[in-house]
Design a protein around this ligand. Structure first.
Ligand code: HEC
Length: 120
C-alpha cells in the first residue's frame, strides 16, 4: 500500500514537473519572440543617447534648437516628413548640418528619428 502511494506520488510529481517544464519552455519562447521583435523596432532609448551625442549640440536638448536655422523638433519642425526622407537628409547633411553617413549607421539614424518624433 505504502509502495503504491509512493508510486502514485511519483507519477503526480512527474506530471507536475512535466507541466512546469512545458510552461518554462513556453515562457522562454515567448520572451525570445518579444526580444526578437525588438531587434526590428526602432529603439527610442538608443536614439536618445545617439541624439545627445550627435545632434543636441545644434538641435538642442529636448529638441529646442540652439543654432539659427536648425529645425526645432520640440515644435514639431521637420518631423512631418517620412522616415526615409529624414534618413536621406541626415545621411547626406544640408548646409550647416553635417553628413552623418559613415558616422552613424542607418539603424542608428532610424533610432534617432524615432526619438526625435517623441519630442514635440
Ligand atoms: C552642426 C549643427 C548640426 C548638427 C550636429 C546636426 N544638425 Fe540637423 N540640422 C542643422 C541645420 C542648420 C539644419 C537646417 C539645414 C537647412 O535646411 O539648411 C538641420 C536640419 C535637420 C533636419 C531637417 C532636414 C530636412 O530635410 O528638413 C533633420 C531631420 C535633422 N537636421 C536631424 C539631425 C539629426 C538627427 C542630427 C544628429 C544625428 C543632426 N541633425 C545634427 C544643424 C545640425
Amino acid at each position: 500500500m505504502a509502495l503504491l502511494k509512493m508510486r502514485i506520488g511519483k507519477r503526480v510529481i512527474e506530471k507536475i514537473s512535466y507541466a512546469l517544464s512545458v510552461a518554462a519552455t513556453l515562457a522562454v519562447a515567448w520572451l525570445a519572440a518579444g526580444f526578437a521583435g525588438d531587434v526590428y523596432a526602432a529603439d527610442n532609448l538608443r536614439g536618445r543617447q545617439l541624439y545627445a551625442a550627435n545632434c543636441s549640440i545644434c538641435h538642442g536638448e529636448g529638441g529646442r534648437s540652439v543654432i539659427p536655422g536648425a529645425p526645432n523638433f520640440g515644435r514639431g519642425e521637420a518631423v512631418l516628413k517620412p522616415d526615409m526622407t529624414l534618413l536621406a537628409a541626415i545621411r547626406s547633411g544640408k548646409n550647416a548640418m553635417p553628413a552623418f553617413q559613415g558616422i552613424l549607421s542607418d539603424r542608428d539614424i532610424m533610432d534617432v528619428i524615432a526619438y526625435v518624433r517623441t519630442l514635440h
